[in-house]
Design a protein around this ligand. Structure first.
Ligand code: AMP
Ligand code: MG
Length: 319
């Protein structure tokens, strides 16, 4: 059932069952972080390997102490600046945090989401919520309730409808090595904004550097249709003789008879607007009659770097 009733969502969670929650990044498949049955249910519904840890969602900055055993100074600075918001901190875990959540690691990923409905729900509960994105493992993340229903219509009692995600791209995930900031997953919050608070950071977001790290499979966030990424769409279509193509471009419309459908993500060239529309465009083409999807590379600055990283993963061919 799609609803905005947080009392109903709270009842379902208190019974140990799962609820889909809206956040500013993407929709999450949530359960009681202190209930191992609920955590197991998340992994099985998503078909997510147990080696892939989950994010704990908390209601306040103060609550962080109940989840993490050590909070580096730079983590405090970042949480104070960016929470509630699209920044996930990976910190040493308290013993109460289940190994199922952390995939056996001694660190836990935690964030405070910036969405009124979900914060109100968290305030009603006496436990934090553990939640990965509400999509089958490897698929495109949902940015509205309809996407979630498409994936899990018959499996869920409650999908909380918080409208379209205002950001629409996953959180940036940072950890700490010797108290210094390491970025494990590029996300909505640009590195420049993090560096403005804590000084320069190290980027370790590839499987070769850190195979255990966040959402870093080479193929991820992927449409089912054959997908490609190119700097020059027109030339790419000609060289590869593709037809009945769906094109997702950043700012400008591309004219070519080979293109059947086209989505321009932000005609005014706004990276935030483009990222908000990206997953919706992928979902739309996956359900449409186009034979394949061609993405245009984004400008290589700020959020554009994050989106290019995701597009690279989305267009990596299936093994
Ligand atoms: P999702 O909510 O689907 O975007 O996924 C949550 C992400 O957080 C996953 O990509 C996890 O790999 C990552 N994550 C969760 N816990 C940890 C941790 N302890 N260390 C590193 N990454 C983590
Ligand atoms: Mg995900």
């Amino acid at each position: 059932m799609i609803t905005t009733n947080i009392d109903k969502a709270g009842d379902v969670l208190n019974q140990g069952k799962l609820v889909v929650i809206p956040t500013e990044t993407v929709y999450g498949l949530a359960g009681n972080a202190f209930d191992e049955n609920a955590i197991n249910a998340i992994f099985s519904l998503k078909n997510r390997p147990k080696s892939n840890p989950l994010i704990v969602h908390i209601k306040s900055l103060e609550y962080l102490e109940k989840v993490a055993s050590h909070i580096p100074e730079k983590a405090k600075l970042l949480a104070a600046k960016f929470w509630p918001g699209p920044l996930t901190l990976v910190l040493s875990k308290k013993p109460e945090i289940s190994d199922l959540i952390t995939a056996g690691k001694d660190t836990v990923a935690v964030r405070m989401p910036n969405h009124d409905l979900t914060l109100s729900l968290l305030n009603k509960l006496d436990f934090p919520l553990v939640a990965p994105s509400a999509n089958p493992f490897g698929s495109i993340s949902p940015t509205c309730a309809a996407h979630v229903m498409h994936y899990f219509e018959n499996e869920l009692e409650v999908v909380l409808d918080g409208g379209d995600c205002t950001i629409g791209i996953e959180s940036t995930i940072v950890g700490f090595e010797e108290e210094e900031v390491v970025v494990y997953r590029l996300g909505t919050l640009p590195l420049e904004e993090i560096e403005a608070i804590v000084g320069s950071v190290t980027l370790k977001n590839s499987t070769s550097v850190n195979p255990q790290a966040p959402g870093m499979q080479e193929r991820h966030y992927a449409p089912n249709k054959q997908s490609y990424l190119t700097e020059n769409v027109d030339q790419f279509l000609m060289l590869n003789s593709l037809d009945n193509v769906g094109v997702i471009s950043f700012q400008s419309e591309i004219l070519s008879p080979r293109i059947s459908q086209q989505i321009v993500l932000s005609s005014k060239g706004d990276l935030k607007e483009a990222s908000r529309n990206l997953y919706k465009a992928m979902h739309q083409f996956d359900l449409s009659s186009v034979d394949c999807i061609v993405f245009e590379t984004f400008p290589k600055v700020g959020l554009g770097l994050t989106i290019n990283d995701k597009l690279k993963r989305a267009t990596t061919q299936k093994q």
